[in-house]
Design a protein. Structure first.
Length: 454
């Protein structure tokens, strides 16, 4: 396999435009499937189908399909009949095959499954489709090496060779009992270094790290990072080995989840790409913008009730952006820490009150520092107008405390309700803190003005 330079890519795109069959076929035959898939991003559907059909190796075609972005893959699949899709599925690992089938329309799935020539693989795929796609069962594949604990080394080596013929990669050799319950892992090194008369159960590593089929993907990713794994066995409710998850599958899921969380935190309500249609992008981005407008209208109503005070003391209006901006920043900081802790497993939901207590202490320190500095600034710039000094300083103190507690409490609550807590790091926190911060400032200003002018 080889990578293409920018000049070669431009040359290849020109050859595709000219429909130069021989030159294009010659250039793509040594490319990695991921590089071919990347090339498709700049092609229209007609040219993409034309290039795809020039790939001589069916295995490479199948790999290219799985390397494509979901939208590009869906467009290619729409131009294929069920026989051809079924043939590609025969060439894929079961986890990839399940991902592909899940992208098909409901009415096409059964027809495609019936076209799969390998009956055993078709059965595995049907079984895997029963699992939630956000769990270990929905992420795992069934391709792995599994040997009985009572086999001797020569017997196990023979069995491993037999099973390895159908595998592209070998990560671990899993050891099971007569009921296929996972008992341990046999490092390949021990096949070489231990006497041939040894039984596997005497040399295997017991108590391997494993996950249940219903384990959420987030927890699977944490275990991979914690134990530095390249693959992990998946067991059912009674401990039977049913599949394995590989690190590349986990990395793909983590990347997709990170992209979704980033978009959600940015106020984008669904998963979109830069090249999606204008209508699709508008539908994803407009809802939170409209909610932001509502928040702005609420703020204007609050300020309308404060109009007389602003007219009397115009300097009060100067600090409105400061109050809103500080509340939003503090809230996003607090929620981001909680969301990160939930994501990496360092924060458990049953530690909610402990975390809120920690954040309150941090908030008190931040509030004292911020409000104190601003108090001194206002004192120096507003000619010792104590009403404004105390209104701004006390408001900032209260806003920092509220924003921190609210920013901590909301993602913990969302996690408890099984809602993506990343929602709490976006416009929801900012809009709420803007409104509440303004209410605090208005109320505090009215009170201070009445105290110092009475």
């Amino acid at each position: 396999m080889k990578d293409l330079t920018t000049a070669q890519i431009e040359s290849l795109e020109q050859l595709i435009e000219e429909q130069n069959t021989d030159r294009v076929r010659d250039l793509i035959k040594d490319l990695h499937p991921a590089d071919i898939a990347e090339l498709f991003q700049d092609l229209d559907l007609h040219d993409a189908e034309w290039v795809f059909n020039l790939i001589d190796d069916k295995d490479v075609q199948a790999d290219v399909l799985m390397e494509l972005d979901e939208e590009d893959r869906k467009k290619l699949l729409e131009g294929m009949d069920s026989d051809r899709i079924g043939h590609f599925i025969d060439l894929l690992d079961t986890d990839d095959a399940v991902d592909l089938i899940q992208e098909l329309d409901e009415e096409d799935r059964d027809e495609v499954i019936q076209k799969i020539e390998d009956v055993e693989q078709a059965g595995d795929i049907v079984d895997l489709l029963q699992y939630d796609e956000d769990t270990a069962g929905g992420l795992m594949g069934t391709e792995m090496i599994m040997v009985n604990e009572n086999l001797s080394m020569p017997e196990s080596l023979k069995e491993i060779r037999h099973q390895a013929e159908d595998l592209d990669d070998i990560y671990y050799v899993y050891v099971v009992d007569d009921d296929k319950r996972l008992k341990g892992i046999l490092p390949l090194k021990k096949l070489i270094t231990h006497p041939s008369v040894s039984k596997i159960k005497h040399v295997m590593e017991t108590d391997p790290v494993s996950v249940r089929t219903e384990t959420p993907i987030e927890e699977v990713a944490i275990d991979f990072e914690k134990y530095d794994l390249v693959a992990m066995p998946v067991v059912d409710g009674i401990g039977r080995l049913v599949g394995q998850i590989t690190v590349d599958d986990v990395m793909d899921e983590v990347r997709e989840q990170s992209e979704r969380d980033y978009q959600l935190a940015s106020g984008i309500s669904s998963d979109i790409d830069a090249d999606d249609s204008i209508l699709t992008q508008t539908k994803a981005r407009l809802p939170w913008l409209l909610i932001g407008i509502i928040g702005g209208i609420v703020n204007s109503i609050i300020l309308g009730g404060f109009e007389a005070q602003i007219a009397a003391v115009a300097a009060l209006a100067i600090f409105i952006p400061l109050i809103g901006g500080t509340g939003g920043n503090v809230g996003v900081q607090a929620s981001a820490i909680v969301v990160q802790g939930l994501a990496n497993g360092r924060l458990e939901i049953n530690e909610a009150w402990r975390q809120i207590g920690r954040e309150v202490l941090v908030a008190l320190i931040n509030a004292v520092v911020i409000s104190g500095l601003v108090f001194l600034y206002v004192l120096l710039t507003q000619h010792n107008n104590y009403a404004i000094c105390f209104a701004v300083g006390c408001s900032l103190f209260c806003v920092v405390i509220f924003a921190t507690v609210f920013g901590t409490f909301v993602p913990l609550t969302l996690e408890k309700l099984k809602i993506n807590p990343a929602l709490a790091t976006g416009p929801f926190i900012q809009i709420t803190n803007d409104v509440v911060g303004l209410l605090i400032y208005v109320s505090m200003s009215k009170w201070m003005l009445s105290v110092f002018t009475s």
